[in-house]
Design a protein around this ligand. Structure first.
Ligand code: NI
Length: 171
């Protein structure tokens, strides 16, 4: 399992670069990301979360191979005007969930593991996860969408929790 970077790690706020090599090492990286995502019991994981500043994220709706998606150099090309609420969490801010409104449908263009371009129309949970993960590639965390006060509350609570964890480790 790869290490998952959290809230205050610089890499989550670092610009990402386009993937240019569609080689074996990319496939190995993506495999490791799926293993990590399964282990962490999450539905989506973006490369910056494992310390890799590249435009790449994966989704696993945990319906076996069918629910697995790899998006490389993605671009959300269309979003629905209609928005809806959904409770989001993030493996980089474990334990904190907040309801966000986002477009209910998106159209995304991306490349697959072989570099081939594809388009996908997504709705429901998939559309939600795509928007959350795509944000990671643009240095955005879901708490950035909250009112400033609410965001600070989450940050403070997360840091407090982390500090306690480290204290326990020292003992
Ligand atoms: Ni996230």
């Amino acid at each position: 399992m790869l290490d998952i970077y959290t809230l205050d790690d610089e890499v989550l706020r670092t610009d990402t670069e386009k993937v240019t090599e569609f080689d074996q090492s990319l496939k190995i990286l993506v495999d490791a990301m799926f293993d990590t995502l399964t282990e962490a019991d999450g539905v989506g994981l973006a490369a910056p979360q494992i310390g890799v500043s590249k435009k790449l994220f994966i989704v696993d709706l945990q319906k076996g191979e069918e629910g697995r998606y790899v998006f490389i150099n993605p671009e959300i090309v269309e979003t629905s005007i209609e928005e809806g609420p959904y409770e989001e969490g993030c493996l980089s801010i474990p334990g904190f969930y907040r309801t966000l409104y986002r477009p209910l449908k998106v159209k995304i263009q991306a490349q697959d593991l072989n570099g081939k371009y594809f388009n996908l129309d997504a709705e429901g949970v998939l559309a939600r996860v795509i928007q959350h993960e795509n944000d990671h590639l643009n240095r955005i965390l879901f708490i950035d969408h909250l009112p400033e006060e609410e965001k600070e509350k989450v940050e403070k609570a997360f840091r407090k929790k982390e500090a306690k964890k480290h204290k326990r480790k020292q003992k």
